[in-house]
Design a binder for this molecule. Structure first.
Ligand SMILES: [Zn+2]
Length: 311
């Protein structure tokens, strides 16, 4: 249940993606408190987690990073650093309720809270400073906003440095050899860049180019009766991973639509689909190439042994 901690927030969540936590629910003019949702919220934003595991693009290896967090509110004149999120205005003799960012506990008046007491419409920001445990000069940074609205905490990732693309660079370098061979490395990389910026039309366009280059590569000198995408795909389908082959039929339709006819939603959907197909094929190609190399190595060893035995 709690798998979505700081690692998830840094490594997987894209910029401006939001996550909502129904921590307080209004019943009879009082905000009741949902403990599970509150814990899910705390875990999501990384409370009580002192290490981030991610790829250090300078060490070129995955390492734990030390985590330091700083909470602040944005006022008109000053920037206040706060270690506590004050979630309601008044708390009577117990003091105004606030979340201790070190422990995640609510200090002061405990819930439920009167409807007008809860600090709805308030926004906090958290800056995260990450330091590579292998070399303390390697630093990453992330920023989120937390909005309390109608009893819900809405969390948005609003900044990250280096970008997801740099951090995840190793992911597509995995297939660099083949992508370079078909001259599609940059297209494949740009598709990911556009996607992480939520520019889905662009992401889809680059991915489609990658796929087209793949087809051209497999076609080689094969002569075709026409220039249609389905004719091309049909001619090269035996080069594909058997699992991908089954999906190629659906691709005809998708790829025949002009990019200009697509809206953001469709582009996003087609991107996801095409990305899965391409990655599966890249993985297949990579493992086939490795097997080829292994069997060649093995042949070499065998002939050496043969010669030795003959002597
Ligand atoms: Zn490092």
């Amino acid at each position: 249940m709690f798998e979505q901690g700081i690692n998830y927030l840094f490594n997987e969540v894209s910029l401006y993606a939001k996550e909502t936590f129904n921590v307080f629910e209004l019943k009879d003019n009082k905000y009741e408190y949902n403990k599970d949702e509150f814990f899910r919220f705390l875990y999501y934003i990384g409370i009580c987690q002192d290490k981030l595991i991610t790829y250090c693009h300078k060490c070129k290896k995955e390492f734990p990073f030390d985590v330091k967090i700083e909470l602040f509110e944005f006022n008109q004149e000053t920037r206040d650093c706060r270690a506590y999120m004050k979630i309601a205005k008044a708390g009577g003799q117990f003091g105004a309720p606030q979340i201790d960012m070190k422990t995640g506990t609510i200090l002061g008046l405990q819930p439920p809270y009167d409807k007008d007491n809860l600090n709805n419409e308030k926004i906090w920001y958290i800056e995260y400073y990450f330091t590579c445990t292998n070399n303390d000069k390697h630093k990453y940074m992330m920023m989120i906003s937390i909005e309390l609205k109608d009893g819900k905490f809405i969390v948005r990732k609003i900044g990250q440095n280096p970008s997801m693309l740099t951090v995840k660079g190793f992911d597509f370098d995995k297939y660099k050899k083949f992508l370079d061979k078909i001259n599609a490395y940059d297209d494949y990389k740009k598709a990911d860049l556009c996607n992480s910026d939520h520019f889905y039309v662009g992401a889809y366009a680059y991915l489609r180019r990658t796929f087209e280059k793949m087809i051209v590569f497999y076609l080689g000198n094969i002569e075709l009766k026409d220039d249609h995408m389905d004719t091309k795909i049909d001619a090269v389908k035996d080069n594909f991973d058997p699992r991908v082959k089954k999906m190629l039929k659906n691709l005809y339709g998708i790829l025949s639509i002009s990019i200009h006819e697509l809206d953001e939603e469709q582009s996003k959907e087609y991107y996801t689909y095409l990305k899965a197909v391409i990655d599966m094929q890249l993985e297949y190609k990579k493992s086939e190439d490795e097997k080829d190399k292994q069997s060649k190595d093995l042949e070499g060893i065998l002939s050496k042994i043969e010669n030795f035995v003959k002597k």
